[in-house]
Write a protein that binds this ligand. Structure first.
Ligand SMILES: *Cc1c(COP(=O)(O)O)cnc(C)c1O
Length: 227
């Protein structure tokens, strides 16, 4: 077994362990392999170990990998900050976008999504720490942003995504994630098609799964440090 396959096997066990510990159904939490700055050969190894979903942050880099890995049926998620001049490439090549944080970006992705592709799956990114430098919409504007996404025919509203400020203890991490889970549950009453809560990275995996995450984003724990 390669070390990438070993890492994936142990992460799967770890996720399963937290699902059991926190009364989540088996398979409730999906593993997204964050492959930014890792080479196509490593992605191929992860795909051979059964991973289908990969997260990328840089459009050009992702496009090169997609071309080299076109023989595999992978699902590509854009998870990085989005500049307006990158929306066309994202709309044309990705299956999911987790980092939609303003209406203008949602509108552009909708307008640029090719007709022959299915609607683009979208999560609204929420900024929980209210730091001006971080991307994400604040709590007051989440509903309006979701409303915009929902009304756009070439987008499909799937859920919410967050990258919380780093906190070291489990309880404060849980408190932070819970704020988002509460909002997510409220929004789902209005839009039952929402099924994705993209939260949890290596240092807050347990807290995220405890609080209802449906998708965790892991890079270094799968592929090792980025070159
Ligand atoms: C890079 C990245 C990750 C993964 O980070 P690692 O520390 O490598 O696990 C997860 N989510 C987002 C949005 C990222 O940009």
């Amino acid at each position: 077994m390669t070390s990438i396959a070993e890492n994936i096997a142990s992460l799967r066990q770890c996720i399963r362990g937290f699902e059991l510990k926190y009364d989540r159904p088996e398979g409730a939490v999906k593993l997204l392999a964050v492959s930014k700055r890792h080479n196509p050969e490593n992605i191929r190894q992860a795909a051979e170990a059964g991973i289908k979903d990969f997260g990328e942050n840089y459009l050009q880099e992702a496009n090169q990998k997609m071309a080299l890995l076109a023989d595999l049926e992978l699902c590509w998620h854009f998870i990085g900050p989005i500049q307006a001049n990158k929306t066309r490439g994202i709309a044309e090549h990705f299956d999911w976008v987790h980092s939609v944080d303003r209406e203008k970006i949602a509108q552009r992705l909708n307008d640029q999504r090719p007709d022959q592709c299915p609607p683009l799956n979208v999560c609204a990114q929420v900024n929980q720490s209210a730091e001006a430098s971080k991307s994400g919409t604040d709590f007051e504007n989440i509903e309006a942003l979701c409303n915009t996404i929902e009304a756009l025919p070439r987008l499909r509203l799937r859920g919410l995504m967050t990258i919380p400020a780093p906190l070291s203890d489990l309880q404060s991490q849980r408190d932070c994630f819970r704020q988002l889970t509460v909002v997510y549950r409220e929004l789902r009453q209005r839009w039952p098609s929402m099924d994705t809560l993209s939260m949890g990275m290596s240092n807050d995996l347990e807290a995220a799964i405890a609080e209802g995450s449906t998708l965790v984003r892991l890079g270094t724990a799968i592929f090792g440090p980025r070159p």
